[in-house]
Structure formats: C-alpha cells, structure tokens
Design a protein around this ligand. Structure first.
Ligand code: PLP
Length: 405
C-alpha cells in the first residue's frame, strides 16, 4: 500500500471523519491541505446561519434590548460553556471577552496583587512572544524581576526546569500548556503543585491545548488560565479569548483594568469602582458579543464529539505525520522538532530544514498551507474535527517533492 492509500484507509476508519464536512472550505480544490487550523481554525458551517440569525433576530429585532436579554450575561454564560466542554472547570470561574494578550496581562497583574510581597515572575524563553512581552512590561512597571527558563528547540518546560528557578520570591509563573513551536505538553499538575509548594501562583496559557487536549483546571489546582478561541475552537479571526480564575482567588486577585462592566451594577453608574461578586469583576468593558458566534457553533461540534475522542484522533494524526516524516523527510536531512512521545506531544508537529524559509511560499501557492515558524520551522497543525489523514499525506508528500527539486 502506498502512502496515499494508507491515508485513505485511516480516513475510512476514522470515527470522527463525518465532522469534516461541517466546515466551510473542506472540499475546496484550491486548498488540498490546510494544516494551520491551530492558528486559525476553519469556519464551522453552522456559524453562517447563526450569524444571519443574530443580525436579523437578535441585533436587528431586539436592538438595544438585547443587552438585557442575554448579551450582558454572555461573557459568563459562554465562559461556563467553554469551561464545561473543554477546561474541566466548574461554573462561575471563566469569562470570555478580551484577547489572550490582554487576558494574560490581567491575570499576571491579578496574581501579583495576591502576592504583593514577592519580587519574581517566572517565564520561559520558548514561550509565545506575547507572553514574554507582557511579562517584560509588567516587570518593568511593577519593579519585579524576571526569572527566565531556557528551553531547547523541540522541547518544553519540565518540572525540574521550574524547580530550578522558583523559591520564596516567586510571585507568579506564566507558562504554556502546549508549547507553540514544539508542541511539547507541560506537566501542568506537577508544575502547579511545585509552584504552590514555593508559595507562588501559576498562570497557564492554554492557546494550543484548548479544544484538542483534555484539561482539568479545577482538579489540577490551577490558579489562573487563559486561551484563544480562534485556534482549535474555530471562533474565527477576532474571536475573544477566555480567562479562568479559580474561585478562591476572586477576592484577593485584583485585576488592573477596572471597567464599568465588571462592577456590582453597571447602570447605577456610581462614583467609584465597586467590583462585582465572583468572576464578573474580571470583565472590563463591553463584551464583543458578535465575535462570540463562531465559538458557539464550534462548541456544538466539540461537545458532540467529546474531548476524549478528539484527543485520540489528534494523536493518530500526529503519529501518522511522524511516520510520513520518517519515511519521506528524514532522509533529506529534515529535523523533527516535536516530541516523539505522543504522551507529551500536543496537536501539532514541527519540522525544521534550512530550505523551509524558501519552500513555504511555494507550498502556499499550491494550496498546501502549514505555518512557518522562525528560524526554519514548518508547523503542521492538525485540527482533529476538520483535518483528514489525506491532507497530512498530501502536505508531507509536497514538502518532500519540494526538497527534491
Ligand atoms: C496564539 C497565541 C497567543 C495569541 O494571543 P492573541 O492575544 O490572541 O494575539 C498567545 N499565546 C499563545 C501561546 C498562542 O499560541
């Protein structure tokens, strides 16, 4: 059996294969392989009808009454739904509304407010740029010191790495659950426990794990978390992030952007800021209700498939990608810069070669769309509900053909 036949066999046996047709563009002949669903998920087809209904009925029909009839409640209601479907978190601890960047800013500040006498913030050099930049700015503005963790290409932060830098000055540790470049899965419960042992708090960035890996924020003891909704949650460009704050921190962990939407009674329009009870105090301004529509359409599909089955297909897809890599790319000197062990590998696989910076444009022009990550990485993002095994085979065969030219 050749590789294309192997891919077809995997697709034929895939219990989740039926979901693929529920995404716009899945059969577009101009894009034979979309492997960037971990950066921007495909549109769920149902989003179209939801958008039309929203414009006509909710926005057009209800006009400003819509705020009282559900929009004000939306950051919490949608937060609870994301929490139940994907975060392993009980209701009342999650909101939706700002970007991940702004959410991380709020959470790191909130953690510092809960640990005012400690001077250090821990972050890793392999973390996503926005995470590092946010910490740099907050450290500068609050006179804190950054303790950096160094990470090798292809790897991620381990409990030992964290143990080596935390201590009695650690206020907060900001790490990613799944490393954006390598796909390495951090041991969230072990690292969280170690940071707590040292008296610090954790902020977990879930951008590359939400919707593709099982997450148990409550059981793992996580203090704070945030993540994107436009990656594996397919909310579309501009869909807002979610933010989680463990219930026991709602009082002490003051957030820095105290706006009128996070107060006890927004329409009292009172003279001073009086934060609302519970998670609502983490809301700042008017929520982007119209940008939440795509997320809801995707949650319908995630709930139907179940995170367990999604993770199973995710592992099968990345295993197949690595099999193809071994057969077709390793002989040309391509390096695998993701973990081989599926237990510590998230939903994407990264490969590196000095010719990739030149090759990526050619791939995109033939509708083979993975992501490029400097200095010379191609990131194959495999989104379980919308990616087929045939797409994986096609993309890797085209990369091999490109290197052979
Ligand atoms: C995609 C991503 C972000 C993006 O943040 P935005 O504010 O949505 O631009 C942040 N962190 C990680 C780890 C990411 O992968």
């Amino acid at each position: 059996m050749n590789w294309a036949e192997r891919a077809a066999q995997h697709d034929a046996q895939d219990a989740l294969a039926g979901f693929r047709s529920q995404f716009a563009g899945h059969d577009d002949p101009a894009v034979p392989a979309y492997l960037d669903g971990n950066s921007l998920g495909r549109p769920p087809l149902a989003a179209k009808q939801r958008w039309a209904d929203f414009v006509e009925t909710e926005w057009g029909g209800r006009l400003i009454r819509g705020w009282d009839e559900g929009w004000f409640a939306k950051p919490l209601a949608l937060g609870d739904r994301i929490a139940a479907a994907t975060l392993g978190a009980a209701a009342g601890q999650t909101i939706v509304g700002d970007s991940t960047t702004v959410s991380l800013y709020k959470l790191v500040h909130a953690a510092l407010a809960a640990r005012p006498d400690r001077s250090e913030i821990v972050v890793d050099r392999g973390n996503f740029p926005t995470d590092r930049y946010i910490v740099e700015g907050i450290a500068r503005d609050t006179g804190r010191t950054i303790r950096w963790i160094d990470v090798e290409l292809g790897a991620g932060v381990t409990p030992d790495d964290v143990a080596a830098v935390i201590g009695d000055q650690t206020a907060v540790v900001l790490l990613s659950h799944v490393a954006f470049r390598s796909g390495f899965v951090a041991d969230v419960p072990a690292i969280t426990a170690a940071v707590h042992e040292a008296g610090g708090l954790v902020v977990w960035d879930l951008c590359h794990s939400v919707g593709v890996l099982p997450i148990e924020l409550d059981a793992w003891g996580v203090d704070f978390a945030a993540g994107c909704s436009y990656k594996y949650l397919n909310g579309g460009p501009g869909a807002p992030a979610f933010l989680y704050v463990r219930a026991e921190h709602h009082e002490l962990a003051q957030q820095p952007i105290q706006g009128w939407m996070g107060v006890r009674d927004s329409f009292e329009m009172g003279p001073v800021y009086e934060p609302a009870e519970g998670i609502r105090r983490f809301v700042s301004g008017t929520p982007p209700v119209n940008a939440m529509i795509g997320i809801e359409a995707m949650l319908d599909l995630v709930e139907e498939a179940g995170i367990g089955a999604i993770r199973e297909k995710s592992v099968a897809l990345t295993e197949f990608a690595i099999e193809l890599y071994d057969a077709l790319l390793a002989p040309s000197g391509v390096e695998l810069t993701s973990p081989r062990d599926a237990a510590v590998r998230g939903g994407h696989v990264t490969i590196d070669h000095e010719r990739f910076p030149a090759l990526i444009g050619e791939l995109w022009s033939e509708g083979v769309i993975p992501d490029f990550r400097p200095p010379a990485g191609i990131r194959l993002g495999l989104s379980p509900l919308s990616t087929s095994f045939a797409e994986v085979e096609h993309a890797i065969s085209r990369i091999a053909a490109g290197l052979a030219r």
